[in-house]
Design a protein around this ligand. Structure first.
Ligand code: GDP
Ligand code: ZN
Length: 296
């Protein structure tokens, strides 16, 4: 483990671009970097390799950082193999709107999205099944897990092994519990009921990439719970609702946002139950939030 600083050139570049700054960080968790080792054993990063992919979001509003209501892009983590969206069937109750928002974040960042329904031991009447089937029908890998009885945990572990993984989900859904079960050495704190909200940018809560073995990692991003996808244009949102694609390409207008434009094949598919109203409502809700986004 080397404690590294950044070579001055990065900071200078960053300073120069300040008034058209898009990103809030130079090197971020998951980055592959090259560095020189100083005599005292610390390092100086001189190269940041191109990112294969990265998860980003609109940075929380901080004083002085934005003008005219514009928002910066905050890169949360880079070079991610698996983006696990963790939900629970109860405690907290399943919320499909949250899942759909996370899917948009994952898809727009070109990540491999896997959906976990945890705490299925609490789902006596199999109420979650129809949701699981919906996401499977869209093409997502879905696992129904439980730390009580270790349901599907071997499979979860296999999916994670040899990869760089990120577990994303609301507080209390069981992210830390699942990780501790499959990789006990991580020894993460569980059941914290602090209810702390998003910590914003400039706090000491740092994201870390935890090493499980030579080539298995888990990125932990404490303090970042919300992810408001960054830089999506209205007419592009439908690309991240994968089952819409089949219909959206036939809409009358190629700028169709599938809201109330005439000749919209997506709204027609919703009426014909080819697209579920639940997914369509999620879509409309996210579409509303895109209004105030940065125009590039
Ligand atoms: P995190 O905030 O997503 O990391 O959630 P935690 O791992 O801290 O878990 C929150 C609570 O849910 C803890 O009290 C866990 O014991 C509990 N929990 C986690 N997984 C399961 C599960 O599969 N079934 C049940 N019944 N409880 C679980
Ligand atoms: Zn349309």
């Amino acid at each position: 483990m080397f404690r590294c600083g950044l070579k001055g050139k990065f900071k200078k570049d960053f300073q120069l671009k300040k008034d058209k700054l898009y990103h809030t960080d130079i090197a971020i968790v998951g980055d592959e970097v090259l560095f020189d080792v100083n005599r005292d054993g610390t390092g100086i990063i001189h190269t940041i390799n191109p990112r294969r992919n990265y998860l980003s979001r609109k940075a929380p509003k901080i004083r002085g950082s934005s003008y005219r209501g514009e928002r910066l892009e905050q890169i949360v983590a880079a070079n991610i193999d698996n983006f696990f969206i963790i939900t629970s069937v109860a405690e907290p109750p399943f919320n499909n709107k949250v899942v759909d928002r996370f899917i948009v974040a994952g898809e727009s960042s070109h990540l491999n999205v896997i959906i976990i329904f945890n705490k299925i031991d609490l789902d006596e009447n199999n109420l979650i099944d129809s949701w699981a089937k919906l996401y499977e029908s869209i093409g997502y890998k879905v696992l129904k897990t439980s730390i009580i009885g270790n349901e599907r945990l071997d499979e979860l572990k296999n999916l994670c092994t040899g990869k760089i993984n990120i577990f994303w989900g609301q507080s209390g859904v069981g992210k830390s519990s699942l990780l501790n079960k499959i990789f006990p050495a991580l020894d993460l704190e569980t059941g914290s009921v602090s209810g702390s909200t998003d910590k914003g940018l400039h706090t000491t809560v740092t994201s870390v990439q935890l090493k499980v073995d030579k080539d298995t990692f888990v990125i932990d991003t404490p303090g970042i719970r919300e992810i408001d996808p960054f830089g999506i244009r209205k007419e592009d949102l439908c690309h991240y609702f994968l089952e819409f694609e089949k219909y959206s390409s036939d809409c009358k207008f190629n700028t169709c946002t599938h809201n109330h434009e005439p000749g919209c094949k997506v709204t027609e598919a919703v009426e014909n139950n080819q697209i579920t109203s639940e997914r369509y409502e999620s879509y409309l809700r996210i579409l509303e939030t895109i209004e105030e986004d940065i125009i590039f």
